[in-house]
Design a protein around this ligand. Structure first.
Ligand SMILES: [Zn+2]
Ligand SMILES: [Zn+2]
Length: 257
């Protein structure tokens, strides 16, 4: 199993998970031409994708999903709440399959087993996912205001993790955002800061961890080195070992052995 990112942050997200000939796109916050260019960087095209999963309705995750799915007839998986809130993006005549998922129920798309789990975030029915080939497990967590026991249970003993490090609290509080936005980002239903991400990480079984990527970094309220510092302290590893999913280029393929 391997994975890569098309880009990560409040201007658009997309993650690819591949097992054999099964390739899933997790979220699509990019326009048609942009997503094609980003796939091309990974030597992929829309025709290679088996399905698209959507975590929640915010533009940076759902904004490009339906147009892309419709153009290339790629099936989409999402919760009822996400569909309700994202309906405004639906094309009038759609030519793709839509699958509603239960936020606690595992399902499979070809060779990949998927476990959704609910997260506290200011969306209707937001979920995040783990992906498994039956042997190795990738956990993904972004867009959560706080951790929960259930989240930690889901992410424990992963072989690879993509973990939100949205902001540094001091940078957010002293930064350019207006006060209501600062409060939203910092709330229980907002985004995970570096220290909270590190605390979450410290509660997991990391004995199998081969890759960890800090994701969804705020362009104005965080720095890659701060995210790296926070996570590397928990794992007692070199800061360079912590990967960064950036907005422009995401990150290149990571193989889970
Ligand atoms: Zn987001
Ligand atoms: Zn969001």
């Amino acid at each position: 199993m391997r994975f890569a990112s098309l880009g990560s942050g409040s201007a658009g997200n997309g993650l690819i998970v591949e097992e054999g000939a099964t390739r899933l796109l997790l979220d699509c916050g990019f326009g048609l031409r942009d997503v094609a260019a980003r796939l091309d960087r990974l030597d992929l095209s829309a025709e290679n994708l088996s399905g698209i999963l959507v975590t929640h309705e915010h533009d940076d995750h759902a904004g490009g999903v339906f147009k892309f799915a419709n153009k290339y007839r790629i099936p989409v998986w999402l919760t009822h709440g996400t569909l309700t809130m994202a309906e405004r993006y639906l094309p009038s005549a759609s030519s793709f399959e839509m699958h509603l998922i239960d936020s606690h129920e595992t399902f499979a798309i070809q060779d990949i087993h998927i476990q959704p789990f609910p997260v506290p975030h200011d969306a209707r029915e937001p979920v995040q996912f783990t992906f498994s080939n039956g042997d190795r497990k990738l956990g993904v967590l972004t867009d959560t205001g706080t951790s929960t026991a259930h989240i930690e249970n889901m992410l424990s003993a992963c072989d690879a993790l993509v973990l939100e490090c949205n902001h540094d609290i001091d940078m957010l509080m002293n930064g350019p955002y207006a006060r209501p936005l600062k409060q939203r980002v910092n709330s229980r239903l907002g985004h995970l800061d570096n220290t909270s991400a590190a605390t979450l990480l410290s509660r997991l079984d990391n004995s199998r961890l081969q890759h960890i990527i800090a994701a969804h970094l705020s362009a104005k309220n965080n720095l890659p080195e701060l995210a790296r510092q926070a996570l590397s302290q928990v794992l007692c590893c070199d800061e360079d070992w912590i990967g960064i999913a950036d907005q422009v280029s995401g990150f290149d393929w990571r193989q889970i052995l």
